[in-house]
Write a new protein. Sequence first.
Length: 437
Amino acid sequence: MPAISSVNPSPQMSSTLAINTKVRALRAQGHSVLQLGFGEARFPVHPLVLAALKAHAAERSYLPVAGLPELRAAIAAYYRRRMGINAAAGQVIVGSGSKSLLFAALHALKGDLLLPIPSWVSYETHAFLTGKTTHWIPTSFENNHCLTAEDLAAGIKAAKTAGASPGILILNSPHNPTGVMYPPALLESLAQVAKAENITIISDEIYALTAYGDVPHTSIARYYPEGTIITGGLSKHLSLGGWRLGAAIVPDNEFGQALHRYMSAVAGAIWTTAAAPIQYAAIVAYSNNPEIDAYVDACTAVHGYVTGYLYGVMQALHIPAPQPAGGFYLFPGFAPWRAALAEKHHVRTSQQLADLLLQEANCATLPGSDFGADPLDLTLRLATSYLYAQTDAEAEAVLEAHRNNLSPADLLRQTCPGVLEMEERLRQFVAGLGKPG
């Protein structure tokens, strides 16, 4: 039997997937746990997309590695129409979820990875698996944890001083874990720094169509098309995470062509092709269909109602958090109760805080440290999507209330009891800590 030492160091297991497994186990034991650790959109499959899947369920042959030509053309047209990106089918690669494409892009690119603090849990793991070093760049609460041009320039300089070769930046907007949207002017200034420093940007835009704030989603590729790779998919705006259908758009130049060849080679060696029935159904999902567009907009509105409501609760409780503008996330900090948490509960880190909230209030969250934040900051990542729907029937009731023009307050009160339950548990938890210091 080989020795344990013959196995490489283990990559970090996805904490988002781990918390989902943990919550399922606790519920099976009879615990009434609210799931705020796992970010999964909960709305039903749109009937037109579901019908397309059923119609192509018998498709069983291998498809082109980069994806069905019709699907790649549909994705390019979709990005031109809804995102303002001048994409062509030849720039598109289809994969088994956007994660696979993020990994393939990182594998293809030279240089080390730059990541803002905080960032989604899997980026650093992808870098680890591709042999790259991750250099974290601090951000500030005053800037809503958005990376600024000054932050990026300082991060590049620090990485070079440490002997690294920074070559890649992953940017995510709307942002997981904070829910914040990067404004266009900030994206333009970041693009200028990246261009000057020859940094390739991977723009993770999986939440692009879940933007509900005053600032519309803008891709940084508008300002740096020659050096930006866009990744996205169907998981968030159409609630199709389990279908594992992702897309990447590479630059329209020689660099992009080389990247496309490399990423396609990775695809051919690992996942071969995304599942055939899913790809055929995705052609409908990416079609110019007003009914599907309206459905996406309705789902996004509900995400905004719920996440915005809980943000308001946190403001009333004096819990600092950036104001969300897309997706279904909140990133509150409990530093004002640092002394009380340490004295009453011996809690000094964000992981201990998440454990306490699960134990005391049956609320499953993730510690900010999983996203690169300092454990002593006492931050948490809350995903709101499971609060307003556990089943398709519940989710459909929420959407029907929205279609009937129910006010956000009445919609939450009549169809989203989980949101109000979370509010009550959070109020009791904070009350138990006393006044913020």
